[in-house]
Design a protein around this ligand. Structure first.
Ligand code: ZN
Length: 395
């Protein structure tokens, strides 16, 4: 396969590095060249148009295995009611219905410009569906309850990298979480956990009481193994040795300044899901507090059970609208580079020679890179396509 060049009005290598009338060379799925376009040098050129060629987006937290619940769960009745409804309704779907919805979710993800996802949930049918798709995936098999000796083989199969997630501190026992983290540590994989998502979680971990304890009691679940109680979520995660640069802590809605300091010191990767957070908790993550401690979050959509779309451009637009003081460059970083780094995929999220050629073209007509970003973050009528090596050159 020979080298093919892709040209556009703009090439965004990273949100801080833009090329006007740039060109990207691709061979065997890898980036071989990024630089200015020179008609004499670049044969086999595909001219995409006046818009921007940029790295495909990274959805750093989602549950594609819950796509069948799209529009089926009311998020307006509070987190506890949402949990109850989700647990009940997810059991109502057959394997083929779950698989069909998952396929649709993967298509929506790809069609809206995402190239890499952190999928959290059951191994199947996610693995089979994602393996057959063009998405790059880290599939975190999620564990709840008490299983002190979890036995997982973390193989790399095709595009899919397998890893593990503990669901959360208020649903998964400390022994299990430590064992899962240890397995991922040995395999040098990222570990994911929902952390400090709600006041209910904090209250439960501090006291062993409250509405979360009542919910577990009502379901006949013996939650003594989730103790001992008396610590806030971040302190607890720290004392269980769960926090390091390969841990992805998701949500972090109920955090203090001291908590964020701990996250920064341990170099824990922070992933936020603002649309899901607002829908379920009526609250947004404190991005400015993370930035104060030098933490640049990545973003994810969470599942279709709590978020209306899997479109990461929608998530970016939502951040732009709700955090007007955050720069467009930072929002683009959140949806590209930061997610790739959190997932240990330094070959994606930015454009450099040798990186995977997972690129998209977004059609906008603007003369300044700032305006390109602003137009995209305004989220209107986005025309997105994938830039693949298979495109046939026009000249
Ligand atoms: Zn989640």
């Amino acid at each position: 396969m020979s080298e093919v060049f892709h040209k556009a009005g703009w090439v965004m290598m990273s949100p801080l590095v833009w090329l006007r009338r740039g060109v990207v060379g691709i061979k065997k799925g890898l980036i071989t060249y990024v630089g200015p376009y020179k008609a004499s040098q670049h044969k086999k050129v595909w001219d995409h148009g006046p818009g921007v060629i940029m790295p495909a987006l990274v959805n750093a937290h989602t549950h594609l295995g819950l796509c069948m619940l799209k529009g089926k769960i009311d998020t307006g009745r509070g987190f506890l009611e949402w949990v109850k409804d989700l647990v009940f309704k997810r059991g109502l779907f057959s394997r083929s219905e779950t698989e069909e919805a998952l396929r649709k979710g993967v298509k929506e993800t790809l069609d809206t410009g995402t190239g890499l996802v952190a999928e959290v949930g059951d191994l199947e049918p996610s693995r089979s569906v994602l393996e057959a798709s063009a998405l790059d995936t880290i599939l975190f098999q999620e564990v709840l309850g008490h299983n002190p000796e979890p036995n997982f083989i973390l193989a790399q199969k095709g595009k899919i990298t397998l890893s593990l997630a503990g669901h959360a501190l208020h649903t998964t026992s400390p022994q299990t979480l430590m064992a899962l983290k240890e397995l991922t540590r040995k395999a040098q994989r990222p570990f994911s956990i929902h952390l400090a998502e709600s006041f209910l979680e904090t209250e439960f971990l501090l006291t062993g009481k409250g509405e979360w304890a009542e919910l577990l009691e009502a379901r006949g679940i013996d939650f003594s193994l989730l103790g001992p109680f008396g610590q806030r979520p971040i302190d607890r995660a720290l004392s269980l040795d769960l926090l390091d640069s390969r841990t992805i802590a998701v949500h972090l809605l109920d955090v203090t300044e001291k908590d964020v300091e701990i996250l920064a010191k341990t170099r824990t990767k922070v992933v936020i899901c603002p649309r899901s957070n607002l829908a379920l908790h009526g609250k947004l993550p404190d991005i400015h507090l993370f930035l104060k401690y030098g933490i640049e979050p990545a973003i994810g959509t969470d599942s279709l059970a709590s978020c209306p779309t899997l479109n990461m451009f929608n998530e970016m637009a939502f951040v732009a609208k709700n955090f007007p003081n955050i720069s467009p460059q930072l929002i683009f970083n959140m949806a590209t580079r930061n997610g790739a780094i959190a997932l240990g995929r330094n070959d994606m999220g930015t454009m450099a020679k040798g990186n995977l050629a997972k690129l998209i073209y977004v059609h906008v007509e603007e003369n300044k890179s700032e305006d390109v970003m602003r137009r995209i973050l305004a989220g209107e009528n986005m025309n997105i396509k994938r830039v693949d090596a298979e495109f046939s050159p026009t000249q």
